[in-house]
Design a protein around this ligand. Structure first.
Ligand code: NAD
Ligand code: 0WE
Length: 261
């Protein structure tokens, strides 16, 4: 017996083998889950399909979360393929690159809407579309970052979006609680993924992180996978609406300077 045997898990947000969603998929597979994948667009299929197939998955469907019809279509296909779903992982975030530098007050109306649509509303939209096929005892999981709570220079509109995402976790946990579905988020420390590459603000932060965090180590996608297994398995029954930190302890610091020894 493994922790997720007999459970169907749908994973949104694999772009490549460095994606946090991929770390979660590997950990779920190791615990016996049956996996389905969704990817953002045609360009990514070439990357995602072989990864998904390497974990024995045959459900691999496109879904641009900016489009209601795409979301409804994966929900319908998941219903036909799996019947019911036990786990849904949302590992998606996006803002225009130009919004992730300079002062936050330069955020454009358009850039604000786009970041909120892709990074926040999509989780709520998925929860709504999948609600009819979520099995009682099931779990929804999303990924957030400490910039939701405290200022992370240049994270800007994404910080505001993550704050709204964390609030969404609590409202969804309230809504779905009576149906026996739990909703939680993992707040991950900085990891070098596609979404983090080419962002200058990220590089500076990443360089210092492992010296400042209590555990003195960078966070890996496999670390996130471990906590995701806990949050999506019956080990965390009665845990809902929570933001769980997987950040080498960084968030507990009031004054991040390197420890003395
Ligand atoms: P990633 O680039 O591997 O994953 C981001 C995913 O979002 C990609 O698969 C991309 O295709 C998808 N996406 C973007 N727009 C989409 C759309 N319109 N429709 C469907 N999918 C779309 O990077 P990642 O770091 O693994 O990011 C995953 C999540 O983790 C994000 O929510 C991110 O904010 C969060 N996070 C990342 C870090 C980090 O340091 N990398 C830290 C904390 C939280
Ligand atoms: O959530 C994230 C990544 C968010 C992200 C990154 C990009 C880069 C490329 C969203 N959209 C885009 N759009 C692009 O065009 N993280 C937690 C990682 C991250 O990103 C930062 C960080 C950290 C940490 C950006 C600036 C400062 C710190």
């Amino acid at each position: 017996m493994t922790l997720l045997s007999g459970k169907n898990a749908l994973i949104f947000g694999v772009a490549n083998e460095r994606s946090i969603a991929w770390g979660i998929a590997k950990a779920f597979h190791a615990q016996g889950a049956t996996l389905g994948f969704s990817y953002a667009g045609e360009l990514l299929e070439r990357r995602v399909r072989p990864l998904a197939e390497s974990l024995g998955s045959t459900f691999i469907e496109p879904c641009d979360v900016a489009r209601d019809e795409d979301i409804q279509q994966v929900a319908d296909k998941a219903s036909a393929a799996f019947g019911q779903i036990d786990i849904l992982v949302h590992s998606i975030g996006y803002a225009k690159a130009e919004e992730l530098e300079g002062p936050y007050y330069r955020t454009s109306r358009d850039g604000f809407h786009l970041a909120m649509d892709i990074s926040v509303y999509s989780f709520t939209a998925l929860a709504g579309a999948f609600q009819p096929i979520l099995r009682p005892g099931g779990a929804l999981l999303t990924l957030t970052y400490y910039g939701a709570e405290k200022v992370a220079p240049n994270y800007n509109v994404m910080g505001v979006a993550k704050a709204a995402l964390e609030a969404s976790v609590r409202y969804l946990a309230y809504d779905l609680g009576p149906r026996g579905v739990r909703v939680n988020a993992i707040s991950a420390g900085p990891i070098r993924t596609l979404a983090a590459s080419g962002v200058s603000g990220f590089k500076d932060m990443y360089r210092h992180f492992h010296r400042l965090a209590p555990l003195q180590q960078n966070v890996t996608i496999d670390d996130i996978g471990g906590t995701a297994v806990y949050l999506c398995s019956d080990l965390s029954a009665r845990v809902t609406g929570e933001i769980i930190y997987v950040d080498s302890g960084y968030n507990i610091l009031g004054f991040p300077i390197p420890p003395c020894d």
